[in-house]
Design a protein around this ligand. Structure first.
Ligand SMILES: [Zn+2]
Ligand SMILES: [Zn+2]
Length: 304
């Protein structure tokens, strides 16, 4: 992140802080000031995540999303705009909670490194794979614990308002929910070393992936990849498929549910019969799902 901050300071922030110092007749804040870094990080991270969210989800909605899903009986009136409003309310708070992690990186407390040769080129791929597996494992448990009844209503229920999602649901969370699910991405570079560019690239990738698993276009029928079909099962039936990138930990911890074949076929999944059946199963299961525990609940198993 310090390479990003270097360019931002040079081309954007130096002149802004110098002008602010002139206007207030004070000395400009130095680049290593915690106050200046926190302010600059808020502006940069917020601008980045807003542009990334609306850009990626907007493109996905326009080019990929199957809009016939908006006819599903569980699709809410004006849902796309409700998702955007929800994300817009959450993103400033998530940004503020993210700043300490990035400050830690800027001040050398993380294991991010710059020299491509420090651990060799093979390690670049090893660290990328480790990042996916580590964050997938952590998000699995964060997400699964968020389904515990003692926290579900306060923290995660808002994201499950979207039973049939659009790509804009990807960041439409309660702020604490969005933050907790992002913690593993920040924590990873405090656990094992990563090259700064590999880390930045993967950070962009995870944001795109969040949009992709909500875009309703079930391209991947791979049993290992946790694609949109798997995450749709999570939104429809709640206590399955908690993973983010792979189905590995859902299989290991017995919460995997295979998407039915009809979701990969546009005409079948958009048929009124299939959608009405899904809506009925949700209506039958919803009261018990929202008041009992996660996948260990026997009532939730009835939805299979
Ligand atoms: Zn969930
Ligand atoms: Zn989701």
């Amino acid at each position: 992140m310090d390479v990003v901050m270097h360019y931002l300071d040079t081309y954007v922030f130096d002149s802004i802080y110098n002008k602010a110092a002139d206007l207030t007749s004070t000395a400009p804040l130095p680049r290593d000031s915690l106050v200046r870094q926190s302010l600059s990080l808020f502006v940069f991270i917020y601008a980045y995540i807003v542009a990334f969210y609306f850009g990626t989800a907007g493109l996905s909605y326009k080019l990929i999303y199957d809009k016939k899903q908006e006819q599903h009986p569980k699709f809410l009136p004006r849902q796309r705009f409700l998702e955007m409003a929800c994300a817009s309310r959450a993103l400033p708070q998530i940004t503020i909670m993210t700043i300490p992690w990035i400050l830690g990186q800027l001040h050398g407390y993380s294991l991010v490194y710059k020299d491509w040769n420090k651990y060799g080129y093979t390690y670049l791929f090893v660290s990328a794979a480790a990042f996916i597996l580590f964050t997938d494992f952590c998000i699995y448990w964060v997400h699964r614990l968020e389904h515990h009844p003692s926290v579900y209503a306060k923290c995660h229920k808002l994201h499950h308002k979207w039973i049939v999602c659009t790509p804009y649901a990807s960041h439409a969370f309660h702020p604490m929910d969005g933050y907790l699910q992002s913690v593993p991405y920040h924590l990873a570079v405090y656990v094992f070393p990563m090259h700064e560019y590999v880390y930045l690239a993967l950070f962009a990738f995870v944001n795109v992936w969040s949009v992709m698993i909500h875009d309703g276009e079930y391209v991947s029928n791979n049993p290992v990849v946790n694609g949109a079909a798997h995450h749709t099962v999570h939104h429809l039936y709640f206590n399955y498929n908690y993973g983010q990138f792979t189905t590995l930990f859902d299989r290991v911890f017995n919460t995997y549910r295979k998407p039915s074949q009809e979701v990969y076929d546009r005409s079948r999944r958009n048929s009124k019969r299939v959608q009405d059946e899904q809506a009925k199963r949700i209506d039958d299961a919803l009261p018990s799902l929202e008041t009992t525990s996660d996948s260990s609940s026997s009532s939730s198993k009835k939805t299979q």
